[in-house]
Ligand binder design. Structure first.
Ligand SMILES: N[C@@H](CCC(=O)N[C@@H](CS)C(=O)NCC(=O)O)C(=O)O
Length: 205
């Protein structure tokens, strides 16, 4: 059985877990909880030198990290009927899916950086650094609002966007992206009902 090192609120883990569900592979993975910030996580760096989650350990012991690579691997081992759900064949949509995946991860990265900044002592925080991350989040949400969301349909790109928007809700709840971008809000409302999203909703703390 493969092993997935995870933490409950990690948006990157959530995306990988949603992929596992979409691909019908969830029962092939044992989940191992990892608090990457705890001192006890030191030995984990023998598995993933970056000390981050998610990490996927394959049955032969080889290790994959970085969520896009893990998703790509999972798609590669799913049956061809399932593969097309996440990675479209049509070249334009395929390219769009990859770009959207990268852009959604970029929003997530900015949200994580902002969240970590806000966890520092107030005196150590940098308002300009925080503002920079907020600009990245808002500009990229605005960029997504201009994309052909309905025409694109479902893919790893749109799945990543949905998990990312819900991570914005979790960690940057002050930003009302639904108000700024009604088109994104109505797209997300329809999308959010997928079992892979409902079953992976993050804990609210
Ligand atoms: N690019 C990585 C990012 C993973 C990541 O940053 N995970 C966070 C948890 S949300 C983490 O483990 N952080 C620990 C650290 O940065 O030391 C991916 O896509 O998997």
């Amino acid at each position: 059985m493969m092993k997935l090192y995870y933490s409950p609120t990690s948006p990157y883990v959530r995306k990988v877990t949603a992929c596992l569900i979409e691909l019908g592979l969830a029962d092939q993975v044992e989940r191992v909880s990892m608090n990457v910030w705890a001192d006890t996580a030191a030995p984990y760096r023998e598995i993933n030198p970056l000390g981050k989650v998610p990490t996927l350990v394959l049955q032969d012991g080889s290790v994959l990290f970085d969520s896009p690579l893990i998703c790509e691997y999972l798609v590669s081992i799913a049956g061809s009927d399932k593969q097309q759900i996440l990675t479209p064949n049509e070249p334009k949509r395929a390219q769009e899916a990859k770009l959207w995946h990268a852009a959604a991860d970029g929003i997530t990265d900015a949200c994580v950086l902002r969240f970590l900044e806000l966890k520092r002592d107030e005196a150590q925080r940098s308002p300009s650094w925080q503002a920079r991350q907020e600009t990245s989040i808002k500009k990229t949400c605005a960029w997504f609002a201009q994309q052909p969301l309905a025409a694109h349909g479902f893919s790893l790109g749109s799945l990543s966007l949905a998990t990312t928007l819900e991570y914005v809700d979790l960690r940057y709840g002050d930003y009302d992206w639904r108000k700024d971008h009604a088109v994104l809000a109505s797209w997300h409302r329809d999308f959010a009902d997928r079992p892979s999203l409902r079953e992976t909703a993050p804990p609210t703390s």
